[in-house]
Design a protein around this ligand. Sequence first.
Ligand SMILES: Cc1cc2nc3c(=O)[nH]c(=O)nc-3n(C[C@H](O)[C@H](O)[C@H](O)COP(=O)(O)OP(=O)(O)OC[C@H]3O[C@@H](n4cnc5c(N)ncnc54)[C@H](O)[C@@H]3O)c2cc1C
Length: 469
Amino acid sequence: MTAPVPADVLSRLKAVLGPDGWSQDPDRLAPKLVEWRDRWFGSTPLLLLPRTVEEVSAVVGVCAESRTPITPQGGNTGLVAGQIPQGEVLLSLERLRRIRDVETFDDVITVEAGVPLAVVHEAAAAAGRRFPLSLASEGTATVGGLISTNAGGTAVLRYGPMRDLVLGLEAVLPNGEVFHGLKRLRKDNTGYDLKQLLIGAEGTLGVITAASLKLFPVLASRAVAFVGVESPRAAVDLLKHAKEASGGAVETFEIIARLGIDLALRHIPDTREPLEGPHPWYVLIEIAHAEPGASEAALERLLAAAFDKGLVCDAAIAQSGAQAKMFWKIREEQSAAQKPEGKGWKHDVSVPISKVARFIDEASTAIQRFAPGCRVLAFGHVGDGNIHFNVLQPEGGDGAAFDAQREAAARVVHDITASFDGSISAEHGLGAMKTDEALRYKSSAEVEALRAVRGALDPHRIMNPRVLF
Ligand SMILES: Cc1cc2nc3c(=O)[nH]c(=O)nc-3n(C[C@H](O)[C@H](O)[C@H](O)COP(=O)(O)OP(=O)(O)OC[C@H]3O[C@@H](n4cnc5c(N)ncnc54)[C@H](O)[C@@H]3O)c2cc1C
């Protein structure tokens, strides 16, 4: 827990933002002090609600001078507790919500940090363009949070994570100075890239206030299929086949274990069995092309060839927008479908795509040996080698006893991940939750270099002090 913030510092921060620029109202604060799954609870002496980059700069300046720790927060959808303050001042970006500019010649949209991702999608579409990053939390997750966690989602396979989609940033550095880096250059080779350091920094190197993001053409045709497969090996072989056969048109390739379908049918309204018979594993595949009508025919050809190769047990191509939505719902509601099932150990890991199948087999065997009766629910972005390797408590079992084994279970899964040259956090970041664990797998040379960078920019460690190295 962070040391109490002195009353005179709180008064100075309030004075900078004026009477409606802050809050200490418990009802206003409450939703910002608990994370989505009710796993982490926090506290703060003061919620700061700046409206402009100048106001962010002024409050960070006061904090720098008084060495007062700050936790930045966007949409509060982070899954590793980085946005939940433990006594720090809470700096919300919720009022920095302007779309500053959409420039279709440069294919760039410039937006403020508090804009939710879904609003970026709408603004891009209104200009006849597309911003491809997509994830289940997009109605709430903000541009600042997505950049700070280098978010991934379902279109990384074709467009990359947030790191690949940012052209420029505006940010307030830990000393309160503004970094005016809202460039829209596709090439800028002038030494160290401060923007890239801030991406994925989880609020430890400054507060992002705006970003220039890459836009893409709207693809005229799109087709989505639900496919039943025998095993993760078959899924990975199907991915390889789909990438080759489609010439790079695969946008999404997601795997779901059968248990994930059962739980979606049990807990998520308006979902139906996607295929006739049950299958051990499923794949959601979406492809997109510029030519109208091209995708459905291409997906049909691709799946027919996959049947011939014995990679697929059954498949259904969505015949309507409603059916495509239902397929997507089963995938996007996987986390929500697991919530009512009690406690779960969640691991957001990545391994090279070629090793995904072996990883799932090995990790499943090891975790079932570690906790007999547990329910393995692996799902996620297999096209990126990113598996959400979730393990649910035994049905009707003791949730508290299961929860108590969380750390030891993570060690089992993460050691296997490391042995496959993988990462223990593929897309959610480290936050306050996984930093110690990550230190086990990083070399001292890397950690020392990273700490030196942080120390140079933030010598008093005021920015998100509980997060990262
Ligand atoms: C249902 C669900 C599905 C999800 N699916 C995915 C997925 O597919 N892929 C994925 O990558 N993530 C996923 N997430 C996780 C989450 O949505 C992302 O981590 C997202 O990027 C967080 O954005 P946010 O605005 O909510 O940030 P917050 O949760 O508010 O903050 C996240 C981190 O960023 C820092 N931060 C926030 N804003 C700023 C800022 N302006 N400047 C500096 N630091 C800042 C915070 O201090 C914190 O460390 C999912 C979450 C949920 C609940």
